[in-house]
Write a protein that binds this ligand. Structure first.
Ligand SMILES: C[S@@+](CC[C@H](N)C(=O)[O-])C[C@H]1O[C@@H](n2cnc3c(N)ncnc32)[C@H](O)[C@@H]1O
Length: 188
């Protein structure tokens, strides 16, 4: 799915994340990017579903943003990427611009609690912000019927409450990819 330059950008972001983890940086200064395998998966899934309006909560420095923008390029759709940290989003903007993917992304700087409800009719959503917010943000979404919501860190953070919550909304499965992805189809 990814071109060599997109693949390289993902590898560089991931290598920096691993270095920061190894150095024991505090959570506030560490980049907590999506695992590359998970990025491959969400790109393929969103493209395979022909998603036209994609939404991510927690774009950070842009690893998942690259993946979802590539899916949007494939489907002729667009991605809304919400991130609250200005420096992280500025880096993502720069990276996506350099890769020629900026045309597929609308960057929104601010709190997803405020901005996510303004995005009506998304047919693919990636939840990758603070884990304590997943249930609240899931309920704030205004997705299209049949939309697919993917949430990261399900196995690494034992997000059993989120899994139960998502499964009450439609068919849902936990996949052992990366840190664990819950894939939920809203409304069956
Ligand atoms: C796990 S990181 C996201 C990694 C990103 N998806 C990637 O692949 O590079 C979580 C991000 O969510 C952002 N975040 C946390 N709470 C948020 C909120 N309420 N609204 C928007 N972004 C938020 C953080 O600033 C952080 O950059």
């Amino acid at each position: 799915m990814f071109t060599p330059s997109e693949q390289l950008a993902i590898q560089r972001l991931w290598a920096r994340k691993l270095e920061q983890d190894a150095a024991g940086l505090p959570k506030a200064t560490r980049h907590r990017n999506l695992e590359p395998d998970s990025a491959e998966f969400v790109a393929a899934l969103a493209a395979g579903l022909h998603a036209k309006l994609l939404l991510e909560l927690g774009g950070s420095s842009g690893l998942s943003t690259i993946a979802l923008a590539v899916a949007a390029r494939r489907t002729g759709g667009r991605l809304v990427s919400i991130e609250v940290e200005p420096a992280r989003q500025a880096e993502a903007r720069e990276t996506l611009g350099r890769l020629g993917l900026a045309a597929f992304v609308q960057f929104v700087l601010g709190d997803a609690a405020e901005h996510a409800p303004r995005v009506a009719g998304a047919d693919f959503v990636l939840l990758d912000c603070e884990k304590d917010d997943y249930i609240r943000f899931f309920d704030l979404l205004r997705p299209a019927p049949g939309a697919v919501v993917v949430a990261d860190n399900i196995l690494s953070h034992h997000l059993d409450d989120y899994v139960r919550h998502a499964r009450a909304r439609g068919p849902s499965v936990t996949l052992p990819i990366g840190k664990g992805l819950e894939v939920t189809r809203i409304g069956g």
